[in-house]
Write a protein that binds this ligand. Structure first.
Ligand SMILES: [Zn+2]
Ligand SMILES: [Zn+2]
Length: 616
């Protein structure tokens, strides 16, 4: 089967934009044939952000050809040909293929070899349809827009090579990519967003702003936060700790490793084994009470904090009066991601997670789940995240016992419960089948940065599996032992991904409270009294926990300002003799320029207030 061939069901679900983009691929093929009539086409699906068509052609298409192809496409769009559907028998389709008529403008000497192959792989019970626009006839199941004129604005973007059906034993084809939108305005906005995204790329800014680094001796996917990055991480932890404390969470601390038996009991093994770093065998000569023994056990680096937290829950022997119990930890986890899949801070092997596990009775579920959602929304407001989407992932009953715990009743109950809470809370959400965690339904949160880049940063999961597997119990009012429901939640995701997101979201221009360097003092000249005055200001700022530095170089003031601006230092106190004489500082804010002189106490007071209130 063709790797790109969509099922009829998937095709029926194509969005308007995907239809438009797929239609544009027919128009692109038409244009290529006008220039190179011998071109042979394979598959031309819509893809994320655009479309492509695979073509076999002796001429190597290069970006210099794009203008020529686009000009032909424009003619085809201007002609406003309808996309006409024709249903044909298998024999009729094969016949046209032999005459080179499929994905062609007329009969040709060479048969339409790829189209013939595709026809031969279409299931016998599936109808075969052709689509025609102008002279171009293609084998296609659709759907398309009504007419070529409906393709509002398009652009060819790149050309790559690809094997037919993705198999390297097959011929290599040229894959020509383009994108299309309903309007010119949307197309322009898309390219402007790409441009801006390039400038904001967290890997580029992360290096320039000295936020994080990778080292070959440490290993791929294992980022180290430099002092400036650690400052951001510490601020985020402070925020999380304050927020969670106010919401009644308590903090715990757990080791980074655990025995294999823990993950077997929790149910992570074998389901999750492939995502864990392979275990290490350790010889044991004593058990946890000091009793002599001769044994060896496999230890895993933890990939998640839940099993440790569950053990803490068990150790506390809670009764219903102790619930809900909310255990929080910024846990460090390790996951095995293939090296080819690692990407900056977004896909890594070590992660520090804003984790917590909430244990509750069924009656407490609604208010706990709502409180968690509220916490998410408050964070979004704080960070100026205006666009977000909650994806409610449910199980697929046909995969019970494989991908999902074999507990059909519990799946039904918890999914029902979660769906009701989401509905009652009025939060926008979409339901996605077959994407639940193996132990219960979950809500993933996708957010969009100010420039429209999408990130999946947070999850909120309902767990009925692990508390059962680990035999967690609380004593209820009637003195019976009951299994708690558990919610896993991580609104700030991991430091790695969230900081990567924030760098791009803010383009490195962090608000004062989050800025790696909040204030830098720049003196004009090196007069001893001036240096003393500047040092006393530095001391005062640091005494108030402000991340302040002083530029000790002997450079001219313009050079000092330039360096601070490059590092995107939030506020600069420029201090000259005139400032000193009246006990003032000249305030300069990154991106805003000179704000003029202010009395020292006032300038410092404003800094402290802005940090305290976490102003945007
Ligand atoms: Zn088509
Ligand atoms: Zn968890």
């Amino acid at each position: 089967m063709n790797e790109d061939r969509k099922t009829l069901e998937q095709r029926a679900q194509m969005t308007d934009l995907e239809r438009l983009r797929h239609s544009a691929s027919h128009v692109m093929a038409t244009a290529i044939l006008k220039i190179w009539p011998e071109a042979q086409f394979a598959a031309g699906p819509p893809v994320e952000n655009g479309f492509y068509y695979d073509v076999d052609l002796p001429h190597r298409i290069s970006p210099e050809d794009f203008e020529k192809i686009e000009a032909e496409m424009k003619k085809e769009i201007k002609a406003n040909h309808p996309f006409e559907k024709m249903e044909v028998s298998r024999d009729e389709a094969l016949d046209l293929g032999k005459k080179g008529r499929l994905a062609g403008l007329s009969d040709r000497k060479e048969p339409s070899k790829f189209k013939i192959d595709i026809i031969e792989n279409i299931p016998p019970d599936e109808k075969i349809s052709l689509y025609r626009n102008g002279d171009f006839i293609d084998l296609c199941a659709g759907p398309h827009v009504m007419r070529t004129g409906n393709i509002g604005a398009f652009k060819l973007t790149s050309v790559a090579s690809a094997y037919y059906k993705g198999d390297e034993n097959n011929p290599q084809l040229q894959r020509l990519y383009g994108t299309a939108f309903k309007t010119r305005k949307e197309l322009d906005e898309y390219f402007a967003m790409l441009e801006e995204a390039k400038k904001r790329d967290h890997r580029k800014l992360g290096r320039e702003m000295e936020i994080f680094v990778f080292d070959d001796d440490v290993g791929p996917g294992l980022p180290m936060f430099l002092p400036r990055g650690a400052a951001i991480a510490e601020e985020l932890e402070k925020l999380a700790k304050e927020t969670e404390f106010a919401a009644g969470y308590v903090r715990v601390r757990t080791p980074h490793i655990a025995r294999e038996s823990l993950y077997k009991k929790s149910g992570h093994l074998p389901y999750y084994a492939e995502s864990m770093i392979p275990p290490k065998e350790l010889r044991e000569t004593a058990d946890s009470t000091g009793q002599e023994l001769n044994d060896s056990t496999r230890y895993y680096l933890k990939a998640m904090n839940c099993p440790h937290h569950h053990k803490i829950f068990a150790a506390l022997h809670p009764s219903y009066r102790d619930l809900p119990l909310r255990l929080a930890e910024y846990g460090t986890d390790y996951r095995y991601e293939k090296s080819g899949e690692l990407f900056g801070l977004m896909r890594v092997r070590s992660l520090q997670m804003n984790d917590a596990h909430l244990y509750m009775t069924p009656e407490q579920f609604e208010s706990e789940f709502n409180a968690v959602n509220e916490m998410y929304l408050n964070y979004f407001k704080l960070f100026g995240i205006e666009k977000y989407l909650m994806r409610f992932s449910t199980h697929d009953p046909s995969k019970l016992g494989q991908k999902f715990l074999n507990e059909p009743e519990l799946w039904k109950q918890t999914e029902e419960m979660t769906r009701n809470v989401l509905k009652n809370s009025g939060i926008d959400y979409v339901e996605v089948p077959n994407e639940a965690a193996f132990y219960g339904p979950k809500v993933d949160v996708q957010v969009w940065s100010v420039i429209g880049r999408e990130f999946s940063i947070a999850t909120n999961q309902v767990d009925f599996g692990q508390p059962r597997n680990l035999n967690l119990r609380y004593k209820d009012k009637d003195n019976t032992e009951k299994i708690p429901i558990c919610i896993h939640r991580a609104p700030l995701g991991t430091h790695e991904r969230f900081i990567g997101f924030l760098i791009e979201h803010y383009a490195g221009n962090f608000p004062l409270w989050l800025s790696p360097e909040q204030v830098r003092i720049l003196t004009i000249g090196d007069d001893a009294k001036l240096v003393d005055y500047s040092m006393s200001i530095l001391k005062e700022l640091r005494a108030h926990q402000v991340r302040a530095e002083i530029d000790k170089s002997t450079d001219q003031i313009n050079g000092k300002i330039q360096r601070a601006e490059q590092l995107k230092v939030h506020t600069m106190f420029v201090i000259g003799k005139r400032d000193m004489d009246v006990g003032a500082v000249s305030v300069r804010v990154h991106g805003k320029g000179n704000l003029g002189a202010k009395p020292r106490a006032e300038a410092i007071g404003e800094i402290l207030l802005s940090i305290k209130e976490r102003r945007p």
